[in-house]
Design a protein around this ligand. Structure first.
Ligand SMILES: *[C@@H]1O[C@H](CO)[C@@H](O)[C@H](O)[C@H]1NC(C)=O
Ligand SMILES: *[C@@H]1O[C@H](CO)[C@@H](O)[C@H](O)[C@H]1NC(C)=O
Ligand SMILES: *[C@@H]1O[C@H](CO)[C@@H](O)[C@H](O)[C@H]1NC(C)=O
Length: 348
């Protein structure tokens, strides 16, 4: 389009200039005739007119030049924009390819791991039983990913699929919660929070019963947070425990270490778990309804890690998002969260 209009402009220029010249030529002969009659005054009159015409032509062509310059400027802008668009499309494409190759690599890893996990199940003995990801780590499983834990005969619970973080701070972490994709609703009922929900490779809650089972030994809880600017923070607690279901999976945490600004889980210490259908909070209000998640609601929150997932742009508008008041306040919903546990006596 801009190329065509520049061409049109050039044509217009030629037409106008030639018309101007034409009119000069047309006007010349009669003036020559009059020049023959009155010598000097008519000569100067002719030349003045000629000059004026020339000036007008010059003026016109200058205006045309200016116009086409401006058009060129616009054209360059458009080209730049198109190039920019192409650039970002290429970036997106390469990112997609990247993600796809990572995904297939992940699938391969998962296959390997499921084989490995099957082995651990058959190898289980009372001496070095597999309880969690830290036991797998001690048996030299060092790749982060999905593993299957054998049934817990003591509690009579079946085998359990878990995601192990074998890298962070020495590894051996069993992930109990993850928010990063944002498509899984965390506004669930008591039974779903008890048994767990979501996708072990994406967003999930491992289940209060499972978390209870995995934290019977002295346990460390690590909370990792990422904001929409890509900053990453963590909070870590010794003496992490959940009570059993009869005691509403009450949360206990010890002293905080980390870099999340302020400890925003302490407020939820010694508090029972609440869901939309089971109000165990310490408030007249029904916190689970307000904050749209299942959590150890006090009255109500200093953090709301099972809140609503809001995307960039929408992430600062509501109180029911995935919040950690001590870092970004009550109306900033985080981009990524992971909660993970391992025994206190774990040695990398
Ligand atoms: C050029 O055109 C402008 C606007 O029409 C006019 O003001 C100016 O006097 C013209 N200049 C000459 C040299 O004709
Ligand atoms: C959490 O609550 C328990 C029980 O009241 C208490 O023993 C413990 O010290 C508390 N933790 C913190 C960090 O205050
Ligand atoms: C936790 O912090 C309190 C207050 O700073 C301190 O008195 C207590 O000894 C700490 N507990 C542990 C286990 O470090």
């Amino acid at each position: 389009m801009p190329a065509r209009s520049t061409a049109q402009l050039a044509w217009l220029c030629i037409v106008i200039v030639s018309m101007a010249i034409h009119s000069v030529l047309l006007q010349k002969p009669p003036k020559r005739r009059t020049v023959n009659g009155n010598a000097q005054s008519k000569m100067t009159g002719c030349c003045d007119e000629m000059k004026e015409l020339k000036l007008q032509v010059a003026n016109l062509s200058r205006m045309l030049q200016e116009l086409s310059k401006k058009q060129e400027g616009d054209w360059v802008n458009v080209v730049m924009q198109v190039m920019e668009l192409e650039g970002s499309t290429k970036q997106m494409e390469s990112r997609l390819i990247d993600a796809e190759s990572k995904y297939s690599e992940m699938n391969n890893q998962i296959d390997i791991m499921q084989l490995q996990a099957a082995q651990t199940v058959t190898q289980t003995s009372a001496v070095d039983a597999v309880y969690d990801c830290s036991s797998l780590h001690q048996r030299n499983y060092r790749i982060s990913g999905v593993y299957k834990l054998p049934p817990d005969e003591f509690l009579g619970s079946p085998d359990l699929e878990v995601f192990c973080d074998m890298e962070t701070d020495g590894g051996g972490w069993t992930i109990i919660q993850r928010r990063k994709v944002g498509l899984t609703s965390f506004n669930r009922d008591w039974k779903q929070y008890r048994d767990g929900f979501g996708n072990i490779r994406g967003d999930f809650w491992l289940g209060n019963e499972n978390i209870y089972r995995l934290s019977r030994r002295p346990t460390v809880l690590r909370v990792e947070l990422e904001d929409w600017e890509g900053n990453i923070r963590y909070a870590q607690y010794k003496q992490f425990t959940l009570s059993n279901e009869i005691n509403s999976y009450r949360l206990f945490v010890g002293n905080y270490t980390g870099n999340t600004g302020r400890d925003s889980l302490r407020y939820h210490n010694n508090t029972a778990f609440s869901t939309k259908d089971k109000d165990n909070d310490k408030c007249v209000d029904d916190c689970a309804q307000f904050r749209k998640g299942g959590y150890w609601y006090n009255c109500c929150t200093d953090s709301n890690l099972n809140g609503v997932y809001y995307r960039k742009g929408e992430h600062t508008k509501n109180m029911d998002g995935i919040t950690w008041y001590g870092w970004h306040g009550s109306t900033y919903s985080l981009k990524r969260v992971e909660m993970k546990i391992r025994p206190e006596d774990f040695k990398p």
